[in-house]
Design a protein around this ligand. Sequence first.
Ligand SMILES: Nc1ncnc2c1ncn2[C@@H]1O[C@H](COP(=O)(O)OP(=O)(O)OP(=O)(O)O)[C@@H](O)[C@H]1O
Ligand SMILES: *[C@@H]1O[C@H](CO)[C@@H](O)[C@H](O)[C@H]1NC(C)=O
Ligand SMILES: *[C@@H]1O[C@H](CO)[C@@H](O)[C@H](O)[C@H]1NC(C)=O
Ligand SMILES: *[C@@H]1O[C@H](CO)[C@@H](O)[C@H](O)[C@H]1NC(C)=O
Ligand SMILES: *[C@@H]1O[C@H](CO)[C@@H](O)[C@H](O)[C@H]1NC(C)=O
Ligand SMILES: *[C@@H]1O[C@H](CO)[C@@H](O)[C@H](O)[C@H]1NC(C)=O
Ligand SMILES: *[C@@H]1O[C@H](CO)[C@@H](O)[C@H](O)[C@H]1NC(C)=O
Ligand SMILES: [Mg+2]
Length: 667
Amino acid sequence: MSVLLLNLLFNTVVLNLAVLAAGEDEFVFSGFKGANITVDGVATVTRNGLVDLSSGQETLKGHAFYPAPLRLRESPNGTTIKSFSVSFVFAIYPNYRPSQGMAFFIAKSMDFSSALPTQWFGIFNSVNQGNSSNHIFAIELDTVNNRDLHDIDANHVGININSVISNKSNTAGFYDDKTAFFNTLNLTSGKGLQLWIDYERESTRINVTISPVGVAKPARALISGIYDLSTVITEDAYLGFGSSAGRDGSRHYILGWSFGINRPAPAIDMKKLPRLPRLGSKPRSKVREIVLPLATTTFVLAVGITIFLLVRRHQRYAELREDWEVEFGPHRFPYKDLYYATQGFKNKNLLGVGGFGRVYKGVLPKSKLDIAVKRVSHESKQGMKEFIAEVVSIGRLQHRNLVQLLGYCRRRGQLFLVYEYMPNGSLDKYLYHGDLRPTLNWAQRFKIIRGVASGLLYLHEEWEQIVIHRDVKASNVLLDAEMNARLGDFGLARLYDHGMDPQSTHVVGTIGYLAPELARTGKVTPLTDVFAFGVFILEVICGQRPINQDTQGKHPMLVDWVLEHWRNGSLVDTVDTKLREYDVNEAYLALKLGLLCSHPFMDARPTMRQVIQYLDGDCATPEPSLPVDTNFEMLAAMQNEGFDPYVMLYPSSTASHGAASIVSSGR
Ligand SMILES: Nc1ncnc2c1ncn2[C@@H]1O[C@H](COP(=O)(O)OP(=O)(O)OP(=O)(O)O)[C@@H](O)[C@H]1O
Ligand SMILES: *[C@@H]1O[C@H](CO)[C@@H](O)[C@H](O)[C@H]1NC(C)=O
Ligand SMILES: *[C@@H]1O[C@H](CO)[C@@H](O)[C@H](O)[C@H]1NC(C)=O
Ligand SMILES: *[C@@H]1O[C@H](CO)[C@@H](O)[C@H](O)[C@H]1NC(C)=O
Ligand SMILES: *[C@@H]1O[C@H](CO)[C@@H](O)[C@H](O)[C@H]1NC(C)=O
Ligand SMILES: *[C@@H]1O[C@H](CO)[C@@H](O)[C@H](O)[C@H]1NC(C)=O
Ligand SMILES: *[C@@H]1O[C@H](CO)[C@@H](O)[C@H](O)[C@H]1NC(C)=O
Ligand SMILES: [Mg+2]
């Protein structure tokens, strides 16, 4: 195998590196693979051994030379040129425009720097026409009919002496040996053609013959002329080919070449000639011209897209993290986790919209834990550190009637609070959306009230520090899988309390649950929570919202309505009509406790510990010591304290569903 390869290689080398040594007078190239051929300009030798003179380039010169000068003169100062014979196989590929031609030449040097492309074949120029100091003998294969240069047609062969204007030319073709008919040959057919040049010393006759590859050299020459080349060919003669494409991208290939002095040019081995590229196929350099830029563009684009995606990914998951957060690390969720958990905060995962923001359901990717993520928009950084510290400390609160806060995450302008998920949602939906959820029975309602009371007691008294909920209401009471009440959103109202102008009193909470003294003092205490809890009890028992705009002026506040029934001794009439059965004693107790807790005077309200005792029946519930004045109304009391009745009765449409803040100027 390797022997065969070596053999093959050896043969090729021997054939192709046939450089004329001193004294030798012939050469033959049957293909140019590994050949010692000098090329310049756009000319190249292709991998399979074709000399590609123009490489598909436009208006650029290309030359191929025999690497060493040859001696064609009889003697240095002699007046005769030896007989010589040249033969070569070439092919010109057509293009959509007329292809420029090519030429074989014998010149005084390899320097064609002043020559021009296109119709000058890369060997002449516009000013040196006919100048005898050119010392160029050429055979042109002209494929453009240029009248200025006396061309006969667009497909001719010519003998050129020092000029691009031929001394003699003829349409390309050959005389059939048998019939003697002239057969025209198409120079730009892309097919291999063989050309012979024979110069005879004595007669100074130049014969040019051409035939298709496969047809033996015709006996009759195409052009035969007399011209003494002794004034043209110099002592050192350089043989070669020149071409230049016009703006057409045509191509000129040399497949084989042979030369002999005082003898016919040796036969070119037609079997060894390199294969021509398929006509019409994209030439190889087109690969470089089109595919390479395309590949480069694609690559650059791919890199660009990758960077873009990485940047977008970075932005998508970018978080806001500050040094002080290090200590809260374990409570911090990576944004990426929350993003995946909620499927990119998709609307289908939206649980509800509250006063602070949207709440999404999610499943943590690793632990598969169900979570509810509350997204709060928060631009101000002020008080954030304190708030996060509080969130984290709140996260340590654990009670069976509280929604566990699992952690948080921060992004620019956004804060995420992660809670455990409550499968049965919030209580308000059971109370007011009867069509969506079943009505809760008496036992469930009583248990919920007891549960919320227990959660509040834990916040107020049983933890290491006093935590005030600030937003006790039905929508913040969530129901777990066993329908246990779980108080949520504790402390969140704090977020909006920070950084406020101390001159004004900022009250955050939900209208209808706000204790009257808040307007005056602006100070939240456990007893303001108790007030809201009282309203909450009435809400659960009566199945009505704390502020009811439908009652048209008469007792828009639930408290006042219940109060009137209490004065009239018809307290149990206020129990939710949707309840078929209820425990009358428990109903009395709950309603009285509701009134007691939502007492306008904070000192008259019980503590949560007392509330638990009353609910458990450990102590008798005292009668609410409300003003005997039958004209007393909570609404009036609230107005007295400075609440704007308009804001109270006609809160913005969202206020009935979420938190609203009332800012009243401090006094
Ligand atoms: N942990 C949770 N599990 C299940 N659903 C929840 C959870 N937290 C909130 N939700 C749902 O999301 C809704 C919106 O809650 P959000 O707390 O934002 O609003 P709100 O309670 O109506 O008002 P506020 O902003 O005053 O708390 C709730 O009504 C409830 O249905
Ligand atoms: C090619 O031929 C030239 C001239 O004969 C010579 O100087 C050069 O060394 C040759 N190169 C190779 C690679 O044979
Ligand atoms: C050839 O001619 C040149 C100049 O005409 C002259 O210098 C040189 O000696 C001549 N050489 C021979 C060998 O005659
Ligand atoms: C011919 O070319 C030579 C060298 O370029 C120049 O010196 C000379 O003037 C030219 N002759 C004519 C007639 O243009
Ligand atoms: C060709 O060259 C010969 C010899 O120099 C000359 O007589 C003849 O006029 C030339 N013909 C043309 C067309 O140039
Ligand atoms: C030569 O052949 C090419 C390719 O087949 C063709 O496009 C062109 O028209 C032909 N030219 C002539 C003069 O027939
Ligand atoms: C040149 O061609 C003529 C006519 O075809 C022929 O008679 C002559 O022998 C040829 N000369 C050479 C050197 O081929
Ligand atoms: Mg809430």
